[in-house]
Design a protein around this ligand. Structure first.
Ligand code: HEC
Length: 129
């Protein structure tokens, strides 16, 4: 009985794997949307903090760092794009690196570093989204 169950389980898992592979081929992976969604999340939290006037340096840096990690994945998440697209990604990385190096400790400073980051997001979206 046990070996038969294992065979059936193997068939089910194999069929599931084939289905996943097919749908991945058809739709591409959601990785690129994940990268964007995570950056959107951290951008949203930082903007809300500015509005709420709660901009402690450590918390801001944590969100900026996570945004930076995801910005570094833009190239891998969007393979086969043209050079200006990757240039746009590099601009975003540069803006976030700049923000991190300034370690914004006030809401005014945080709003100041978020502006060029937001512009980098927008510049690419205007052209490619
Ligand atoms: C180098 C280009 C580029 C940069 C820079 C960029 N994006 Fe995007 N983004 C895109 C593209 C292309 C799409 C559309 C992806 C799709 O629909 O398949 C997109 C889609 C999105 C979406 C919608 C995702 C969805 O589920 O439909 C959000 C949210 C987003 N980006 C947030 C951001 C934020 C926040 C930043 C800046 C921190 C940013 N993006 C920077 C290219 C970029």
């Amino acid at each position: 009985m046990r070996p038969l169950l294992l065979v059936i389980l193997g068939l089910v898992v194999g069929a599931m794997g084939a289905t996943f592979a097919l749908s991945a081929l058809r739709q591409g992976t959601p990785f690129h949307l994940g990268v964007m969604a995570v950056m959107q999340h951290h951008m949203g939290v930082l903007r809300a903090n500015v509005r709420a006037k709660q901009c402690d340096a450590k918390g801001s840096l944590a969100h900026l760092s996570r945004m930076r990690e995801n910005a570094g994945d833009v190239r891998e998440a969007f393979p086969g794009m043209d050079a200006p697209f990757y240039g746009g990604g590099d601009k975003l990385v540069a803006a976030i690196d700049d923000a991190i190096s300034h370690a914004p400790g006030s809401c005014a400073a945080l709003a100041g570093v978020l502006a060029p980051i937001g512009e980098a997001c927008q510049a690419c979206h205007q052209q490619y989204q």
